[in-house]
Design a protein around this ligand. Structure first.
Ligand code: ZN
Length: 159
């Protein structure tokens, strides 16, 4: 394949002849970019110029397309740029709301865990209180009595 063939297929390929050489590319919005062509090969063996694949051309575009700060590409009309930026903002807001909600859920989850641990402890305490038939005070008195009984028993054994 000769140089003319490659160029006819839309390749800049200047680096192949006479070492790296900058080529003038035109962005779809008409802005000029001088770069050494970067040629890559796809998995199926097709070679392509990276900038040309991105939409740059070797000639000044006849109908320049507006650049979009939202997505970094070019759109056909200024209206499309507006829509793209609007969509991006909506998505950003949606993401922010989602993140805030998640954060809140995490906080709530931690609190719920704490509460359920407390409930468990309270449940055990109440169950014990029920067994001893009455107030918590009764439970404590009972416990005290048991301890006295135990110490008496051990004293008796020793004596
Ligand atoms: Zn866009």
């Amino acid at each position: 394949m000769n140089k003319a063939n490659l160029q006819s297929q839309g390749f800049a390929l200047a680096s192949v002849w006479g070492g790296p050489q900058k080529v003038r590319y035109y962005a779809p919005d008409g802005r000029v970019k001088e770069e050494i062509p970067e040629i890559r090969e796809r998995q199926d063996g097709v070679v392509y110029d990276v900038l040309l694949a991105q939409g740059y051309t070797l000639t000044l575009p006849e109908n320049p397309k507006p650049h979009c700060d939202g997505c970094g590409n070019w759109h056909n009309t200024g209206e499309e740029v507006k829509q793209c930026i609007g969509r991006k903002r909506v998505n950003a807001e949606r993401w922010e709301r989602f993140a805030k909600k998640k954060l809140k859920q995490a906080d709530t989850q931690a609190l719920e865990d704490k509460i359920s641990r407390l409930e468990e402890q309270l449940g055990r305490l109440l169950a014990r209180e029920e067994k001893t038939g009455g107030s918590l005070n009764g439970f404590l008195l009972q416990r005290e009595a048991n301890e006295t009984e135990l110490s008496k028993t051990s004293t008796e054994h020793r004596g």
